[in-house]
Ligand binder design. Structure first.
Ligand code: FES
Length: 105
């Protein structure tokens, strides 16, 4: 499935991501800026925070309690915030669009 990452300045990158890979993993591999992933995907740092396009947000699996808690500490958290390491790609998510928050997420 394809995932599009939009930067705060409006620049965008679309990646072909393997099913089973996370939004965070794919971004790290491709060097997409704005996704730091300090904890390496173990849902404990919130530096993989993204704002999911509203249209897509409702189609994702709901977040775990731990993810919800972590997101409370993310800078610029919004109702559509998710952790990139917890969004796992699947064929039905083809076209997923996420926004990376401004620096310091
Ligand atoms: Fe640390 Fe996602 S990479 S919470």
């Amino acid at each position: 499935p394809n995932v599009t990452y939009i930067q705060p300045d409006g620049s965008r990158a679309t990646l072909e991501v393997r099913s089973g890979q996370s939004v965070m993993d794919a971004a790290l591999q491709a060097g997409v800026p704005g996704i730091v992933a300090e904890c390496g995907g173990s849902c404990s740092c919130a530096t993989c925070h993204v704002h999911v396009d509203e249209e897509w947000f409702v189609r994702l699996e709901p977040p775990t309690a731990i993810e919800v808690e972590l997101l409370e500490f993310a800078a610029d958290a919004r109702p559509t915030s998710r952790l990139g390491c917890q969004i796992i790609l699947a064929p039905e998510l083809d076209g997923l669009t996420v926004h990376t928050p401004a620096a310091g997420n």
